[in-house]
Ligand binder design. Structure first.
Ligand SMILES: NC(=O)c1ccc[n+]([C@@H]2O[C@H](COP(=O)([O-])OP(=O)(O)OC[C@H]3O[C@@H](n4cnc5c(N)ncnc54)[C@H](O)[C@@H]3O)[C@@H](O)[C@H]2O)c1
Length: 366
């Protein structure tokens, strides 16, 4: 199969979908892989590295899209790329179509066969732990006085207590946040609705200044916090919040919120996604950091994890075609988003109030 890997054009996004070692596996199986020139540079992979293992370097994105039966990407298709899509082409990327009606329209009208990579990870996305680790690291930075923070050091010194952080949601991202905060020496309270998640975290971090608590305790803890890190997977249809705008009044005026989940008006009412180019904004004097592609800050590490995670599915599709691959791999089918003009992904259909056919019955008809 002809596989294309374009250079990401989202601002401050340096990741690349396939690293040279993984491209080599595809080339060895007889597939032709084209890489857009400099696509891997920010991840530590030069054009020469790709050429050395048998990939072809293409200088223009349009040419690469035209020549490729399947495109492997990291971020959503940007409006500048819409014109490059063609009927029957397979797009494998983190598409996040649910809140992107425009992109969904393009994929459906253009008869593009798309897979949302973010829905295909059986063991969690490889970049989630990185998002938690880096998001918490940025939160610690925001606590320093020159950045407008409470001026509390992350370590306890001279009898002064360490930075106090609340981490909400103890899944893959939340564990990443705990790793950064607790290894730096912060005092952390972690919240989750699931008792098992609270118990596991308490056991894992028993030797640190860590306590798990039920979600009902969040409001009572706000006034003690220097930093709040939200890592909850919030259903996109919910209109209530864990921290409402009114509750910001309970925070110290120099406290900071890092919302890694970054759902617009999600678990934190005042959250809206931001970019690395302009990561922080104020609401009622409280700074919010809500960058929606946090792992993009560490492409040299993040690309390796993403590339390894998607290689088995990319190989299966390239070897057997998209339909056969989805029939054989239930986790791949979970990411099937559009196929021949039909919408498959339930969450996108529900949020956009569109008709859809779920993957299983749809695949049975093919
Ligand atoms: N900003 C970024 O760059 C970035 C990168 C990766 C992931 N994310 C986002 O981070 C979020 C978390 O991802 P994850 O992989 O850790 O998900 P996860 O499913 O592994 O963990 C989510 C946790 O939240 C808990 N939870 C759910 N509802 C809750 C509630 N009402 N109150 C308290 N806890 C609740 C769950 O029990 C679970 O432990 C997702 O929204 C994901 O899209 C953002």
């Amino acid at each position: 199969m002809d596989i294309g890997v374009p250079k990401e054009i989202k601002p401050q996004e340096g990741r690349v979908a396939l690293m040279p070692a993984d491209v080599a596996r595809l080339v060895e199986k007889g597939h032709r892989v084209r890489i857009e020139s400099t696509a891997g540079v920010a991840s530590g992979a030069s054009d020469q590295d790709y050429e050395a293992i048998g990939a072809e370097i293409v200088t223009m994105a349009e040419k690469l899209f035209k020549a490729s039966q399947m495109i492997a990407k990291v971020k959503e298709i940007m409006p500048e790329e819409y014109g490059f899509l063609r009927p029957g082409q397979i797009i494998y990327s983190n598409l996040h179509t649910a809140l992107n009606r425009d992109l969904t329209d393009q994929l459906l009208a253009g008869q593009v066969n798309s897979i949302s990579a973010e829905d295909t990870h059986e063991d969690g996305s490889p970049n989630c732990p990185l998002a938690g680790e880096i998001g918490a690291f940025e939160g610690v930075r925001l606590c320093m006085a020159p950045h407008g923070g409470t001026g509390r050091h992350f370590m306890a010194h001279f009898g002064a207590p360490p930075l106090k952080a609340l981490v909400i949601g103890l899944g893959a991202v939340g564990q990443g946040a705990l790793r950064t905060l607790l290894r730096l020496g912060c005092s952390v309270t972690g919240f989750d609705i699931v008792a098992r998640a609270r118990k596991t975290s308490a056991l894992t971090w028993a030797s640190c200044d860590y306590r798990s608590a039920p979600v009902a305790e969040i409001s009572g803890q706000l006034s003690h916090a220097d930093l709040i890190v939200n890592c909850v997977l919030w259903p996109k249809h919910r209109s209530d919040h864990l921290i409402s705008r009114g509750m910001l009044k309970s925070l110290k005026p120099t406290a900071a919120i890092v919302d890694i989940s970054c759902d617009t008006a999600g678990a934190i009412e005042t959250c809206r996604p931001t970019t690395w180019a302009d990561p922080v904004y104020d609401v009622d004097g409280i700074r919010h950091f809500c960058v929606d592609n946090i792992p993009g800050a560490v492409p040299a590490t993040a690309s390796a994890g993403y590339s390894q995670a998607i290689l088995p599915f990319i190989t299966r599709i390239a070897d057997h075609g998209l339909v056969a691959a989805c029939k054989a791999e239930p986790w791949l089918a979970k990411g099937l988003t559009t196929h021949n003009g039909t919408l498959i992904l339930p969450e996108t259909a529900r949020l956009q109030d569109r008709p859809f056919t779920p993957a299983e019955p749809y695949l049975d008809t093919l």
